[in-house]
Design a protein around this ligand. Structure first.
Ligand code: ATP
Ligand code: MG
Length: 283
C-alpha cells in the first residue's frame, strides 16, 4: 500500500485524480493555452502551502509583485499580499533574456529562498526555453533536478496557439516533468468548455480521461467529475480472493504470487477481477 506523503495541489477536485496529490520534491508541468488558468493554478498551489505554513516562491518573466497581487486580489485572495509582506511568499520577476540555465541568478534565488518545505511556481517556464533545441535537454534535466531539491514545483507551459506541440520547448519539459496536467478551453461554452486531463504522473496512479473545470471568484479552480472515477478503493485480501475463485494458493508460482499480492494491496479498481483473470490465463 502507498505510504508516501503527498503534496495537496490546492485545486479542488484535482487531488482525487492524482491519488491524493503531487509527489513531494517533483516538477509538475501545467500545460495550457492562453487564458486556461495557468496563473490561477500556480497561485492556488502556492496558497495551499502558505495556509499551512510552507514557503512559497513565485517566479515570472511577465509579472512583477504588483501584477501578481492584482491577479490574486481579483479572484478574492487578498491575503496573498499579506504573505508577501510577511516574507512567506516571495515573488520575483526575471528577464528571460538575462537568464541561462547554468550558473544563473534564477536558481541561486530559488535555492536561497527555499526553506524546509517549499512550493515553487514558475509561471510560465516558456520564455526561459523558447529558443530551446534538443541538445539542451540535459540542461533542462539538470535545472529540474535543482528544483526538486529546493521543493515541490509547478511550472506552467504555454501551449502554442497553432497547436504545434512538437517544438523542443514543449516536448522537453513534458518528457522531463514528473507529472503533466493539460488545461484546455474549447470555447464551446457549457459543461465541457474548460477541461483538465492528467497526461502522466510518474510513479503514481492517476485518473484517465478529461474532466470539466471552472474558475470561480473566491475558490479559484474547481475540477468536477472526480466522483465518477473508478479509482482507489480499499486493498483486497489475496487469500480470500483466491478462495472465492476456488484457486489453490500452493499451485501458483512464487513470483506470480508476489506480483498479485502487490495488485491486491494497490487499491486498484476491480483488483479481484484482474487477479482471477490473470490466474486463469497465465498461471
Ligand atoms: N476574478 C475572476 N473571476 C472569474 N474568472 C476569472 C477571474 N480571474 C480570472 N478568471 C478566469 O481565468 C482566466 C484566466 O486565468 P489565468 O490568468 O490564470 O490564465 P493563464 O493561463 O495564466 O493565461 P495567460 O496566457 O494570460 O497567462 C480568465 O480568462 C477568466 O476566464
Ligand atoms: Mg498567466
Amino acid at each position: 500500500m502507498r505510504m508516501e506523503m503527498r503534496v495537496e495541489t490546492g485545486v479542488y477536485g484535482l487531488d482525487e485524480l492524482l491519488d491524493s496529490g503531487f509527489r513531494p520534491n517533483t516538477v509538475n508541468v501545467v500545460l495550457g493555452s492562453t487564458g486556461t488558468g495557468k496563473t490561477i493554478f500556480s497561485l492556488q498551489f502556492l496558497l495551499k502551502g502558505l495556509e499551512r505554513g510552507e514557503k512559497g516562491i513565485f517566479i515570472s518573466f511577465d509579472m512583477d509583485v504588483k501584477d501578481v497581487v492584482d491577479v490574486a486580489s481579483a479572484i478574492g485572495w487578498e491575503e496573498v499580499e499579506d504573505y508577501v509582506d510577511s516574507g512567506m511568499l516571495v515573488i520575483n520577476k526575471f528577464y528571460a533574456e538575462n537568464v541561462s540555465y547554468i550558473n544563473n541568478d534564477l536558481l541561486t534565488f530559488i535555492v536561497s529562498e527555499s526553506g524546509e518545505t517549499t512550493r515553487i511556481a514558475i509561471d510560465s517556464f516558456t520564455p526561459l526555453i523558447s529558443s530551446l533545441s534538443y541538445e539542451m535537454r540535459n540542461d533542462v534535466n539538470w535545472f529540474f533536478s535543482k528544483l526538486r531539491e529546493a521543493g515541490t514545483a509547478v511550472i506552467t507551459l504555454e501551449e502554442p496557439l497553432n497547436g504545434d506541440m512538437s517544438e523542443p520547448s514543449v516536448v522537453i519539459p513534458l518528457f522531463l516533468g514528473d507529472s503533466v496536467i493539460q488545461l484546455k478551453n474549447i470555447g464551446y461554452g457549457e459543461a465541457f468548455n474548460r477541461t483538465l486531463r492528467v497526461i502522466k504522473h510518474r510513479g503514481s496512479w492517476h485518473a484517465e480521461g478529461v474532466f470539466p473545470y471552472r474558475i470561480l471568484e473566491g475558490l479559484g479552480m474547481i475540477v468536477e467529475g472526480g466522483e465518477f472515477v473508478e479509482s482507489m478503493r480499499e486493498p483486497v485480501d489475496l487469500n480470500q480472493t483466491l478462495e472465492k475463485a476456488g484457486i489453490k494458493r500452493e499451485k501458483i508460482d512464487k513470483d506470480m504470487l508476489k506480483k498479485l499480492q502487490r495488485v491486491a494491496e494497490s487499491r486498484t479498481a476491480r483488483a479481484e477481477e484482474i487477479i482471477v483473470n490473470i490466474l486463469k490465463k497465465y498461471a
